[in-house]
Design a protein around this ligand. Structure first.
Ligand code: 5AD
Ligand code: SF4
Length: 362
């Protein structure tokens, strides 16, 4: 999602006459498009601000929504702070900052209050890859998993008009794109209410687009993932047989505390159905170790899920406390060393499984 947001920002500023350059050290203006999902990502941004030699510095994206004006106190070098839904205002904001830079009253601007984005911002045609395009189908998330900052920094779930999504993809194809990835925090919850178009219907429409060779989607939430989706994946010839389905934990106790809305058994059944309906389909996942209250037995439940499901790949994270979230009310009681041990054990297991599966190419 953030990669696409950076493209959108680049496209808007390119249209406004700014030039994107490779070498950060030579930039007059540096815009840091930030992620708040894990603490480490934020720490890297604070160091990047410290290192920056640019005349104008802006913080854009999740950290802007997370810290708002407090950013100016923590990093006085920063000139502007622009939230995830406000990026369409960037060309105007930059003009304003430039006008006052070096004058008696240097201006600081912060804009973090928009509820949703205007669809036009997706149509600049700017893509880093000449053949592949990321296409946002929905923004925000209202699942409120207890560890996750996304609902607080990206706002309520908002699906885009499917007509506009199809128009964007057709435009991309006219410009030489052949592959597309549909993006959303929870793509399965996509719904264009006015015409009652759901995610599976959208997939069918995308599959019909002339000139498109291949497409995929991320990310799916198990509670909204259905057998109907698997059937569509099996049927639609251009749709990649790839499902990223974060399980987060294999322990029912922890899944409940995470507010994930499913059980270990539900997930295992879903994975079985996927493998039956979409033969040779790849399955990947996300896992968090060291969530508050995670005991050795809970961890063993996660370990055994990884062993049994045999994911093609797994992204393993150590829990870090995130502001605003429900989990801030829980005690972050798994010691750092223990989080590291659990992380290393699952990573090692998953590496072995990935190697085995890649060798078999399944
Ligand atoms: N700590 C660690 N990992 C997290 N993720 C989300 N929030 C946190 C957190 N507070 C992970 C989840 C999610 C992925 C994008 O990041 O596994 O699926
Ligand atoms: Fe965060 Fe949960 Fe929404 Fe994913 S589904 S973005 S983990 S709140």
């Amino acid at each position: 999602m953030n990669v696409r947001d950076s493209e959108v920002i680049s496209g808007l500023l390119d249209k406004a006459g700014y030039e994107l350059i490779e070498d950060e050290a030579k930039a007059d203006i540096e815009i840091l498009n930030t992620c708040s999902v894990r603490q480490l990502a934020e720490e890297k941004v604070w160091s990047a601000v410290g290192r920056s030699k640019a005349k104008i510095i802006g913080i854009v994206g999740c950290m802007a929504n997370n810290y708002r004006e407090a950013i100016f106190e923590k990093a006085p070098k920063v000139d502007f702070v622009v939230g995830t839904a406000d990026i369409g205002k960037l060309p105007k904001i930059l003009q304003e900052i430039e006008k006052h830079k070096g004058g008696c009253f240097e201006k600081k601007i912060y804009e973090t209050d928009a509820d949703f984005r205007e669809d036009e911002i997706y149509h600049t045609g700017f893509h880093l890859d000449k053949e592949h395009a990321f296409v946002v189908i929905s923004e925000g998330c209202e699942n409120f998993c207890s560890y996750c900052v996304v609902p607080y920094v990206r706002g309520k779930l908002r699906s885009r008009d499917y007509n506009d999504i199809l128009k964007e993809i057709r435009g991309d194809i006219d410009a030489g794109i052949t592959k597309v990835t549909l993006l959303g925090q929870n793509v399965n919850a996509y719904r264009w209410i006015e015409k009652n178009v759901n995610f599976i219907q959208l997939l069918k429409m995308v599959n019909e687009i002339k000139g498109l060779k291949e497409f995929g989607f991320v990310t799916s939430h198990p509670k909204d993932t259905s057998v109907e989706l698997f059937k569509a994946m099996a049927e639609l010839d251009k749709l990649k047989k790839y499902l990223h389905l974060p399980i987060q934990s294999g322990s029912d106790r922890i899944l409940k505390a995470m507010n994930r809305g499913y059980t270990r058994k539900y997930y295992l059944d879903l994975a079985d159905k996927y493998r039956t309906i979409v033969p040779n389909g790849a399955l990947t996942t996300d896992i968090i170790v060291g969530f508050p209250g995670e005991k050795e037995l809970d961890f063993q439940d996660t370990y055994s899920v990884v062993k049994d499901v045999e994911f093609n790949a797994g992204f393993i994270f150590k829990y870090s406390i995130r502001p605003h979230t429900e989990a801030t009310k829980m005690v972050d009681d798994v010691p750092k060393e223990e989080k590291e041990r659990r992380h290393a054990l699952i990573l090692e297991l998953q590496k072995k499984i990935s190697r085995k599966k890649n060798a078999k190419n399944c």
